[in-house]
Write a protein that binds this ligand. Structure first.
Ligand SMILES: [Zn+2]
Length: 240
């Protein structure tokens, strides 16, 4: 997808200097988590195959985003190529670049978002890529564990291997994921940071952002957490 550096890095932040007004091509990401006992999970879905022939993914809505996708890069193709037997899909939020792929994934497994986030989803504006899902399962952060300095966390699989962390700002109930992999812990910030530069400069995105002040507070917490736990690697939402 194409984003602009001015807006990916909030130009109104007091430490923002000389943020160039330039377009950047960045990837749309979905993360596959394989748990030895519990099976395969997706964190976000990326795009379905419709985007390889139509930049709007054949979605109808007043504010449908435009993305580029080569043939064979859609999520169902990745699932097939890797022999993934999906158990559950966890979604960070309901923007099309993170969730449109739901359209071509199995409908007989749970899809999970933070409680409250569905209120942000407007099919007439964003396009109805959740059509066909009978139910969205919700993570209730009102009963979550406080994990300072990060904030509220929920143990998704019950063994500490995969945590949802409430990181609001990009959207009201956006979540990031902390994955305790065999190769060490990884914080997948999702859109709490679009690119590594957000973390390096300590400046949150302002484009596509529901509440810039809250997004900055969240980024500050993530940076503090990474400072306290240097063994944790971090992945932003649109850069590897
Ligand atoms: Zn995104």
């Amino acid at each position: 997808m194409i984003i602009n550096r001015k807006g990916t890095i909030n130009p109104a932040h007091p430490h923002a200097r000389d943020i160039i007004d330039e377009e950047m091509e960045v990837p749309i990401l979905a993360h596959w988590v394989h748990h030895e006992e519990k099976g395969d999970f997706l964190l976000d879905t990326g795009l379905d195959a419709a985007y390889s022939t139509d930049p709007k993914g054949r979605l109808e809505g007043t504010d449908v985003d435009v993305f580029q996708q080569n043939k064979g890069e859609n999520i169902a193709k990745h699932i097939e190529q890797n022999g993934i037997n999906l158990k559950t899909v966890f979604l960070s939020h309901l923007h099309a670049d993170h969730a449109a792929g739901v359209r071509e994934l199995p409908k007989n497994i749970p899809y999970v978002i933070a409680k409250g986030e569905y209120g942000q989803y407007h099919p007439k504006i964003h396009g109805d890529f959740l059509e066909g899902l009978e139910e969205l399962y919700e993570i209730d952060f009102s009963r979550a564990t406080l994990m300072p300095p990060l904030g509220l966390g929920v143990d998704l699989l019950g063994d500490g291997s995969l945590w949802a962390i409430l990181t609001h700002g990009h959207t009201p109930y956006h979540v990031s994921f902390l994955v305790n992999t065999l190769a060490g812990p990884i914080l997948l910030a999702m859109d709490a940071a679009f690119i590594h530069e957000n973390l390096e400069l300590g400046i949150a995105p302002s484009d596509y952002t529901w509440n810039v002040k809250k997004a900055q507070e969240t980024l500050d917490k993530i940076i503090e957490f990474l400072g306290e736990y240097p063994q944790v690697r971090v992945g932003p939402g649109h850069e590897i």
